[in-house]
Ligand binder design. Sequence first.
Ligand code: PHB
Length: 399
Amino acid sequence: MDKFRRTALALGASLLAAGALMAPMSAAHAQATAPTNAKLKVGLMLPYTGTFASLGNAIENGFRLYVTEQGGKLSGREVEFVKVDDESDPSKATDNVNKLVKRDNVDVLVGTVHSGVAMAMAKVAKETNTLLIVPNAGADAVTGAMCAPNIFRSSFSNWQPGYAMGEVLAKKGVKRVATITWKYAAGDEAVRGFKEAFEKGGGTVVKELNLPFPNVEFQALLTDIAATKPDAVFTFFAGGGAVKFVKDYAAAGLKKSIPLYGSGFLTDGTLDAQGDAAEGLFTTLHYADSLSVPKDKSFRLNYAKTFKLQPDVYAVQGYDAAQILAIGLKATNGDVSKKAEFAAAVEAAKIDSPRGAFTLSKAHNPVQDIYLRQVEAKENKMVGIATKALNDPARGCKM
Ligand code: PHB
């Protein structure tokens, strides 16, 4: 064999050997990277029917807007949505969330609006170590006793807007307040937050009125308020229930004699339907219609262009849920299984929200300014900051 042939054979053999080596290597490589190149399955569990239907739609719109702004991909992964209508029904919540986790194998759960449903989602997310981003429900436990490295909230805790309004009314010198809300976690916790700050500031909650969610038969309770004659009323209602409550309160003639205050859900996304009945109402919330936040200007413009609708707080929370997901994915190269790296990145981030930039607490709840707003010409005008950088106490969170 001449030298040339020997070299050629040797080269061929080594190429073959290299090929043999490379084949399993590339298979292994493909296996390791396949999940991060595949479509990213986002499980949207939201109310699309019932009193919170418009809230669910606004959250989905906000989420989609952010994804569209990124070209439909997050960290190189095309985003695919799987949707479940949770009907704001806690009794169906575990089955609904299991459909997304076990049947559809979603990479991340995004939901929901109703606190009772969200707690069932958090339980399943914890047990299955599925990533969960809560784009509304304020259940204190989600970033309290149930807090977990894989659970995040882009919205608020029920305690936050209630607490801020308690401070506002105490500072104003209001002394006797009656509260009225739905009897479930969101109502109970909003009132508890309000009461904590209001009584610390020298006020007294003289009566706590309730009705079951999502009932809207307010007449007997309004009669009770008229008879009690408090200095003011504090309330939590949202969505369709808030529309009816604000109208009934005005129609009962109470609006002029007993000022009505609420956490800002009372007048967010509801003003067109409430009309004059809402004019002048003061509320506290982490968003308003008249912020001078540059990010808000572009967000509102894009939202209005895309959906032919004005955004509300729910749209902002949906948008920010997508931002939180994007931040975590960027740090993990699109791999949702890297929970610790995902959490570390989100915990270190300043989220560029239309509400104003915010950070997440150690328990993964927004630390944020709570605005005092007043309804003026169908807008929630920002009057001032009720409480700066308010941090939920995260009671019971061990993380
Ligand atoms: C809740 O159930 O946590 C909830 C629902 C609607 C809102 C706010 C909170 O607007």
